[in-house]
Design a protein around this ligand. Sequence first.
Ligand SMILES: C[S@@+](CC[C@H](N)C(=O)[O-])C[C@H]1O[C@@H](n2cnc3c(N)ncnc32)[C@H](O)[C@@H]1O
Length: 762
Amino acid sequence: MGKRDKKTGKGRLDKYYHLAKEQGYRARSAFKLIQINKKYNFLEKSRVLIDLCAAPGGWLQVAKKYMPTQSLIIGVDLVPIKPIPGIITLQDDITTDKCRANLRAELKHWKADVILHDGAPNVGVAWIQDAYSQCELTLMALKLSVGFLTQGGIFVTKVFRSADYNNLLWVFNQLFKSVEATKPASSRTVSAEIFVICRDFIAPKKIDPKLLDPRAVFKELNAGPSLSAMEFIDSEDPIKLLGDVNQITFDNEEAIKLCQHKCTNEDIKASCEDIKVLGKREFKDLLKWRKKIREWQDVEPEDEDKAIQEELDRLVQEAKAKTKKLRRKANEKRQKSVVRMQLNMVTPAEIGIESNQTGELMFDLKEVDGTEANKLRKGKGEVVLDEKELDNDDIVIGEGEDENAEDVEDVDSETAALEAEFDALDESGSDNFDELEADIDDLYEEYKERRAERDAKYAALKRRAEKMEGLSEDDAADGMEIDSISKDNDAETSDSDVSDEQEKMVEQDQEQSESGDAKNNTLKRKAEEMDESSDDTEDDDIEIVPKADESEEEMWDANASDEDEEKMKKAQTYGLTTAEAITLAQQLVNRQKTTASLIDDGFNRYAFNDRADLPSWFLDDETKHNKPNLPVTKEAIQVLRERMKALNARPIKKIAEAKARKKMRAVKKLAKLQKKTEAVAEGKDMTEREKAEVIAKMVNKAAKTKKRQVKVVVARGPNRGNKGRPKGVKGRYKMVDARMKKEVRALKRAEKHGKKSKKQKR
Ligand SMILES: C[S@@+](CC[C@H](N)C(=O)[O-])C[C@H]1O[C@@H](n2cnc3c(N)ncnc32)[C@H](O)[C@@H]1O
């Protein structure tokens, strides 16, 4: 696992890469296991786990996190695995008996509930071509696993879609009750890898050795029929040849010369090594390589090729006209969407974690061999792939399904298909490159005009798109990939239709922006994707994640805008409630800060946290503790204190209610008195003086407050030792001791006596 270029191929930094870094996983592949486990929920229930081919240890970290504490976890790999506390690591080749013995020694009498296998044979750059070795390694992993897996256990393995894939599935089905293939969202769309989840291990007492023997399981062990590179170059019908052979060899002098040509790069050599599992891009590359070599050898172009060239020119013109029309329509739709967004009728879509992309990614030569082959011209001619083919894989944007945005999407996908046609033509060296470039420039101008019309909210969304674009030039392809996954997920979630539309707009703009910024970017991107694909089909998770780097950018959460709105409403209703907010407000009022600088400050390292795929407890924790330290002034604290004091000064609810009741009683009493006094005043039986006296008496009486009588209850009989209200007593009461009552009486008596005796003395 050497050091990789982070900007190309598998080293591309995508959101899972950043997330892995953030969460301390050693490899982005950790998310594959997280997502698989989310779907099948097996880690939480398992106590013993073996991870075959575990380096650098991303899956082990996930297993440790999700499995119950004290679980037995063992990781094996050819290369040493940096120790993880609580996990046993072995350095072994999983195909050897030594590995089996070492595992036995560690497990003793235990059996594994889960065996994971994410192995990829280390064969350098020729990953896709080594699909056979991958399948063989998987079979070896299974062979090892059957000896350690408990009945009902689970075997999770990575498999590359290839000619041997179905044979492998057949074997799995013989040993497990349930076999399912899945492709987690974090597995790159362009990668041929998928994961097979084999559940309910039957644990047969005897297993036919043929079932686990690669020679018996896979159709072809040998390289199969081969073809000399010179034959391929000179052939009139290269497509047929590619369909017939498994290998192109460089075994004679002329072929060796070809091998040294600068066009014959490692990818081409790798493709030649195993023709039967070529991806679409490898296939195209191989034909392009053939064309270049033929040019180099100065082979005269066939007449047929000239005719094709003319036909292509005509097609390009037609396609251009059509694209213009479609673009206009798409623009109208986009405008409508912008208006809808401005009216808050749409919300930003979230990036999902589950992918529904399980579509075929491998390119079957046999399919091409027949009718398809006619579309690929021989000799020096161009490679013409039809629209459908290109749509399938190359055009990532426009793949999404969104019912609400159906029209827009239709137009867009058509546009994308046409652009794909352009790409195909240009990639193959067409002279229409300049025209296309001009076209793309037009698109970019239109885009800039529209962008200026947009409101702040849209601008924020745009910024997010640009952020993704800005990660690096090559990351643009990654961003698109992520978007396509997100779109697929959105299609699954029916209630996010409107959001899809918005997402799509951002994607479209991103696409256009890219095309404007880097002129012939669409073409470049295709080329990059093609380049990358060969790398991607290898196991893309062996990116070792370096330690977190503060300068790394994070994702911006579009939902945050909703939170802001809520906060704004709250502030308008209750005022500013935090010292930080008051400080900022004061700084704004005192012109110590400008709005622009405030917005600038808002884009700190906390502003782009990608919340997707994070557990809720973690998010809760983050919201509580992971906050930027904003400045707080003494004055702000003082303001808050005053506010709290004012709050404290207010009586508590019960007292306030009692006071209100008292007031109400007084008002009622007054009204009653008023009525009575009026009746007296209006009476004719009394003189004015008498009336005044009566009224004065009434007022005095009303002014007298009745003294509340306190009932004295002697604590005897049933009341003795009774702590609560004595039975049958209403209103205020006082519990007294029986003796106390006697004593009081005695005192009174004594007093009386005292007075009497004094009188007698006199
Ligand atoms: C994709 S990496 C595994 C990544 C791992 N799942 C993780 O999350 O960190 C594939 C690993 O397979 C290992 N490998 C390939 N062939 C092997 C073999 N025969 N025995 C043991 N390990 C092997 C390689 O050394 C490599 O580390």
